[in-house]
Design a protein. Structure first.
Length: 211
């Protein structure tokens, strides 16, 4: 029995920004209008589109939500179609690392009723400096390795390996690695917090330790 692998191609450094720009222009939004729909400034979005800066998980979630797409759509690089397959860790699609956190995509079409992401945090890494929201879905966070602190509004929860927590994505939240080693988590979101347009753009994944 032949097992098919999910194949991705290597990205160009500015592809994420170009993707954001294309989606913004497709929706006829100015930089200022998109900024008003998120917590980001127009100058920050401009720099992101030109590949001059990265963005936190929180910022990317807000930008994707404002553009009416899945965060997964911001992943770069074409995907070779297949009905099923294995996704090796070395080929895991991801968003550029920011604030010591790299978010990776674990689900793909034809799965449309949920989104599954992985997160790798450096020591002290987080999803960003601020709490954020994205849509109004059910989200479950599972700690695969290390110790993290999950903030939900004004409450804080310390989770160790094997622990999980669930909440609404409309609740302001944030995740931070508070341990003395790298941490890994998995997010399961159902339903997807956007319209989930065709996931045709991805980026090759590189572990933070290899950077």
């Amino acid at each position: 029995m032949q097992v098919m692998e999910w194949k991705v191609s290597a990205p160009e450094p500015t592809e994420l920004g170009q993707r954001v720009r294309d989606l913004r222009l497709r929706r006829r939004l100015t930089l200022r209008q998109l900024a008003q729909m998120t917590d980001a400034s127009a100058s920050f979005i401009s720099q992101l589109e030109r590949g001059l800066t990265g963005a936190s998980t929180a910022s990317l979630n807000q930008i994707a939500s404002a553009l009416g797409v899945s965060v997964a759509l911001l992943f770069e690089g074409p995907v070779a179609p297949s009905s099923a397959g294995v996704l090796p860790r070395s080929r895991r699609p991801s968003l550029p690392a920011s604030h010591g956190c790299r978010k990776t995509l674990l689900s793909r079409p034809p799965i449309r009723d949920m989104e599954v992401y992985g997160g790798e945090f450096e020591i002290g890494g987080s999803t960003g400096p601020n709490l954020y929201t994205h849509g109004d879905a059910h989200e479950i966070l599972v700690v695969l390795r290390g110790v993290v602190e999950v903030s939900l509004g004004e409450s804080r929860h310390v989770l160790e390996e094997g622990d999980s927590i669930e909440y609404a994505t409309s609740t302001p939240h944030r995740t931070e690695n508070i341990g003395n080693s790298r941490a890994e988590v998995m997010w399961i979101i159902a339903p997807p917090t956007s319209r989930g347009e065709e996931l045709d753009e991805y980026v090759a994944w590189t572990p933070l330790a290899a950077r």
